[in-house]
Ligand binder design. Sequence first.
Ligand SMILES: Cc1ncc(C[n+]2csc(CCOP(=O)(O)OP(=O)(O)O)c2C)c(N)n1
Ligand SMILES: [Mg+2]
Length: 334
Amino acid sequence: MGGRSLNSSKGQKSASNKQLVSFYQTMLKIRKFELKVAELFGEQEMRSPTHLYTGHEAVATGIIAALRQSDPVVGYYRSHGYYLAKGGDPNAMIAEFYVKATGANRGKCGSLLLSSPEVGYMGSTAIVSGGISIATGFALAAKLQKKDTVAVCFFGDGATEEGVFYESLNFAGLKKLPVIFVCENNFYAVQSRISARQAISDNIYDRGSIFNVPGAQIDGNNVEEVFSAAQKAVARARSGEGPTIIEAKTYRWHEHVGPGFDTDFGWRPKEEWERWKAKDPVKNLEKTLILNKVLNEKDIIRIESEIDKIVLKAFEFAKKSPLPAPSELFKDVY
Ligand SMILES: Cc1ncc(C[n+]2csc(CCOP(=O)(O)OP(=O)(O)O)c2C)c(N)n1
Ligand SMILES: [Mg+2]
């Protein structure tokens, strides 16, 4: 394989209208939760740094839609999309940001270490590239236990500068492990542009070719394209053929961490940001669904208000939940 797309069409079906509507609901849910986080962050009641995923929603949604809930997913600190797309409890997610006892991790992890193993969201990591070998380990365990699960790891372009990325590709290629490496290439690591950091910066999808790991480079703002690439990679992994890299090109709207924007500081040109904003993955899917008469304006209003209710409820739940008891302090400490 190799090249910019996966050749095999095994296991691939294009998304049905029903699936597209469900992708839209998931993406809009991620978007609306983050809008509320951004709006309320200044109150200083959410005591966890938050790395917003806004702009990337199609990646988590399209990849996770091709998985089973039992398939283990490891994310990174830009974590909210994976948690919600995997089916994590929204009340527990927001309570976690407010470091409450009812949080997904009992208030001990916050946004950047969020997890929900019950739905297969195994964890987020603050260490750049930290999840790549962990997902590879899940895939090794599946293979040794003769289970047909597929492990997925999400990480940024910055993580491809770490040695563990290449070590994991080699090991996964060698053992033909059922793992999918999903790089969300948003072109920046904090303020540093990829072309200023990497000798060749347009070939992340191809970095596994020397380890027998094929790759695909896709438009990460197009959920149908993401889903299609994910289906091929999942079919490959489940049938024992081994790992795949998916490089999804996308763009983060917010500053690296926090609810603000960083286009006025000189490291991200405003024109670039505007160009990518016009490629809004949520709005563009909404337009397609309306254009193809899958949904009408009334349906959109209904879906919006259903999600608004879920968001509101989660924030109310979080705000009125208790803080962890002092007796919790030394629990879960290793
Ligand atoms: C091993 C390691 N090195 C450096 C850092 C500091 N750091 C935190 S986020 C980040 C940028 C990573 O960028 P990327 O992987 O592209 O993800 P993005 O934030 O763009 O989604 C860096 C350098 C870290 N957390 N871990
Ligand atoms: Mg990046």
